[in-house]
Design a protein around this ligand. Structure first.
Ligand code: HEC
Length: 137
């Protein structure tokens, strides 16, 4: 009986050590979100870049450089659009708000926006667009 207890305790201890090791390994590799700038990464908490309120994701660096100099990042976080929609907002700013050309950063920014601020509940909205109802016989 005593021997059995010792074996049980041994395996329990082994299990706890393994769990601990796993925790440590996840801590040692914090999520990078595709962000390479260490300073920006250090300001990310729970997936949000705290100074701007923008979601952490690939392309955030470009958005912080090109998109928050004229207005608050809130204009971004409160909008939802597809790639097409975001591109058209950017083109509207080129044409009417003197947004300087974004060059190579444009597709990076559009991708970031479409991935992180995509339209919500598309299915539900489409269902509401039914214009004609017909009776089932
Ligand atoms: C040269 C200045 C400038 C820069 C840089 C700029 N914007 Fe704008 N943006 C504006 C102005 C001005 C408005 C209109 C603000 C208002 O209506 O109060 C605006 C409005 C917006 C809106 C709201 C549009 C709508 O239809 O409601 C969004 C979203 C937006 N900008 C996103 C961005 C993004 C993304 C970038 C980076 C690519 C960016 N802005 C960079 C000037 C700029």
């Amino acid at each position: 009986m005593k021997k059995k207890n010792t074996v049980v305790i041994f395996f329990c201890a082994l299990f706890l050590i393994c769990c601990q090791a796993e925790n440590d390994s996840t801590k040692a590799k914090p999520e990078k979100f595709g962000i390479t700038n260490e300073h920006i990464l250090s300001q990310v908490e729970n997936g949000i870049h705290t100074p701007s309120g923008l979601k952490a994701g690939k392309g955030l660096e470009s958005v912080l450089v090109f998109c928050v100099s004229c207005h608050s990042s809130k204009l971004i976080t409160q909008n939802r659009a597809t790639e097409e929609g975001w591109l058209s907002m950017i083109h509207w700013m080129y044409e009417t708000q003197n947004l300087p050309p974004l060059g190579d950063h444009e597709p990076i920014i559009v991708k970031y926006l479409a991935e992180n601020y995509a339209p919500e509940e598309v299915g539900r909205r489409q269902q509401l667009e039914v214009e004609e109802w017909y009776e089932l016989n």
